[in-house]
Design a protein around this ligand. Sequence first.
Ligand SMILES: Nc1ncnc2c1ncn2[C@@H]1O[C@H](COP(=O)(O)OP(=O)(O)OP(=O)(O)O)[C@@H](O)[C@H]1O
Ligand SMILES: [Mg+2]
Length: 318
Amino acid sequence: MPAVVEAENLVKSYPGKVTLYNFSLTINEGEIFGLLGPNGAGKSTFIRILTGLEEADSGRIALFGGAPSRENRKKIGVAPQDNAVYPLLTCMENLLYFGSLYGVGGKKAKEKAEKLLVDLELSEKKNVQAGFLSGGMKRRLNLACALMHTPKLIILDEPTTGLDPSTRRKMWKTATEIVRESGATLLLTTHYMEEAEALCGRIAFINAGQVVAEGSPEELKRMAGREMAKVKSLPGEYAKLEPLLKGVNGVENVTVTEHGVVVESENIASKVGEITRIFGKSREKIIELSVSKPSLEDVFLKLTGAQLKEGVKVEPKK
Ligand SMILES: Nc1ncnc2c1ncn2[C@@H]1O[C@H](COP(=O)(O)OP(=O)(O)OP(=O)(O)O)[C@@H](O)[C@H]1O
Ligand SMILES: [Mg+2]
C-alpha cells in the first residue's frame, strides 16, 4: 500500500523547548490512524507541520509519495483542535466559504454542503449563524468544513473532545462512513482510548515529542502483557492444580498467589471452560473468577512510566 504520509526525523523547537524530536511516522493509504499522547506531547504541532502552517527545523516530510507541495496539501482536509468556523456566517455559508477556498463552487458546492449537513445532523441549523450553535454542533460543523473538497487525507485533531457520548459515537460512525465511501485516509488525535480502539487500524503513542510505540490496538495491547484469569477456590489446594493448568494448550504461565491462582494466556476467554473443568475435577469449588485484558491505557503507562510528559525541556540558548 502506498504511503500517504511519511515523516522522517522531524525536529521542531520553540524557544526553550524541543516539541518534536526525531519524530518519524508512516501512514498508509486508506488507514484510520490514531495519534495518542498526553497534553503537550506534540500531536497538534505535527499536524501543523503536515498541513504547512509551520515548518520543521529539520527532517523530511513526503505527502502522497511526493513533496509537501501546495498541490499535495490541497488534498488534505483538516478539522483543527480549535474550531475554525466563522461565528457570523451561517452553517451553509461556512461550508460554501470553505469549499471556495479549495476551488469547490456553484451547484457542486451546494449539493456537497447539503449532504454534509444531513450526514452530521445539522440540517435544522443550516441558516443559523455558527456563533449560535452549541459546542458539539460547532465541532460537527468544523468537521463538515474540512470535508467540503472531498479530501484524500482527512485530519481531525480531537474531533470528539467535549461531545456527549451519543454524539461522539455518531461522529465515529460518520467519520468511518466517509472514509469508507471516499477511500480517504484518516488521521485523528484523541484522548479517548476506547475511541482509538474502536476506530483506528493503527495507533502511534506520542510522548515528549517522539513516537514511543506504533501498531494495531491488538499489537499494542500485547506489549502490556498477556490476558489473564484469576481464580479463587475452596479448599484451595493450588499446588495440585498448578501442573494441570500448565498442561492446558495455550496457557503460557500459571502463578499461585495468596489470593488464588493466576493463569495467563494470549486468548484467555477461550481457555476459561477448560480451566473451570480442571477445578471441578479436582473437587475445588470456584468462589471467584475474573478475566482481565490489558488495555491501551496500560500500554501507555508501561511505555512512558506513570508520568506522562510534555515536550523535552531545554535551556534557552544564550
Ligand atoms: N507556537 C508555539 N510557541 C511556543 N510553544 C508552542 C507553540 N506551539 C506549541 N508549543 C508547545 O509545544 C508543545 C506541544 O504542543 P502541542 O499543541 O503540539 O501538543 P498536543 O500533543 O497537541 O497537546 P494537546 O493534547 O493538549 O492538544 C507544548 O508544550 C506547547 O506549549
Ligand atoms: Mg493538540
